[in-house]
Every structure is written in C-alpha cells, then in structure tokens.
Design a protein. Structure first.
Length: 220
C-alpha cells in the first residue's frame, strides 16, 4: 500500500424521512423542556420543622405569605437570611436584606422575639450559598439542637435554594422548602415575558451549576 493523504469510505446518512423524524423529535424535546422546566424548578416540599428560614430578598407579598406559614406551622422562630442592601443602604436604618425582611415581618404582625435576622457578608457570586453558610454558623452557635428547617423561597428559585441549604445543613438538619408563587410572570407561560424568561433561564443555569460545581468553587 502506497502513501496516501485521502481514502474513500462509506458513511451512513439520514434519509429525508430520517431528517424529518429527527427534527420532529428535537422540537418535541425542546417544547417539553420549555413547558416543564419552570414547574420542575418550583419545588414545594415542606416538612414538619422547628425553624422557618426566610430569604430576605423576597418581595413583601411573599413575606406576608411567610408570616402566614409561620402561624400555620409549629415553628419555634423565624430566621431571615440576607446580604447587604444594594440600594438605599445610606438612607435606611437597616443595612441588610435580612434586617429589612425581619422588620417587614414584624410590621406584618409577627412578634419581634420570634424573628432572628442573620446577615451574610457581601459576595460577588453565590449569595444564596453565603446565606446558607451564615445561617448554618448562626444555628451552630446559638441553637445547635435544631434538627429540621423549612426554607421559604420564591417561585423557580426554590429548588436551587433547597439544594444549597441541604448541602450546607443536610448532614445534621433535615431541610424542606416552600415556594411562594412568583407574581412577576405566569409560570406556565414564562417564555412570554422578559421577566419570566430571564428568571427561569438564570435559575436553570444556576441549578445546573450548583449540581455540577463543588461548593468550594461556587464563590470564587
């Protein structure tokens, strides 16, 4: 056999019907993923818990729902978790979303002795992870006997939130989650609004990132 730069080989190719079927299958998968990814990310899995943890960045209507949840459950107290405010910091008497959420829940009727504001430090990435770590540190220091918590979150953020808190707290504490409906868009037609499209796609990417990347690398 002499030296050659090219060689002739047989190859399988899709027929016209094969291409049509492949296109139909791809389109069906995309439509299914589009339809079901938001309900998938919107996780409601509450447990019988001692402590209710509320994400401090939640809108007022969700905080009202968290107060109602506290009264329904048999919680000992509420922890509000949050970061330094990104706007209004210099004009507000409270400096973190954790403090702001705590003050809002007290204004909505929750007794002040039942609310614990747990601020997290400012981070460039991984704010939810920083919140989970701050809450874990607070519980370890102030109430190490806690065995179960529910996280009160919003819409499609709930699945990733539960995953992060479970990774941080899950060795010793059972973690449930409650997802308050997001009023900013229709979860069943999220792709029809810019807010829905932005929120769902960001959370989908964020959830995949949280699943695949080690915790130690998520704030770097």
């Amino acid at each position: 056999m002499g030296f050659r730069l090219v060689v002739k080989r047989e190859a399988w190719c899709l027929t016209w019907w094969g291409r049509l079927f492949g296109g139909f299958l791809t389109l069906s998968i995309l439509i299914g993923a589009t339809k079901f990814c938001a309900p998938f990310l919107t996780l409601n899995r509450p447990i019988s818990a001692e402590v209710l943890i509320v994400e401090g960045w939640l809108p007022d209507y969700a905080l009202k729902g968290a107060v109602e949840e506290f009264h329904r459950g048999k919680y000992h107290y509420v922890i509000t978790a949050g970061s330094p405010l990104l706007s209004g910091y210099y004009f507000s008497s409270v400096k973190t979303s954790a403090d702001l959420a705590a003050a809002s829940m007290i204004a909505l009727g929750l007794a002040s002795n039942l609310v614990r504001a747990v601020p997290a430090p400012m981070v460039l990435r991984g704010r939810s992870l920083a919140h989970a770590q701050a809450v874990s540190d607070w519980i370890e220091k102030n109430d190490p006997g806690v065995k179960s918590v529910n996280i009160y979150s919003l819409g499609v953020h709930s699945r990733r939130t539960r995953l992060l808190f479970e990774k941080i707290l899950g060795r010793h504490i059972k973690v449930g989650v409650i997802s308050h409906p997001d009023a900013a868009y229709d979860v069943n037609r999220w792709w029809c609004s810019s807010e829905g499209f932005k929120t769902v796609t960001e959370e989908l990417i964020g959830y995949g990132w949280t699943l695949m990347i080690p915790l130690s690398a998520q704030t770097k």
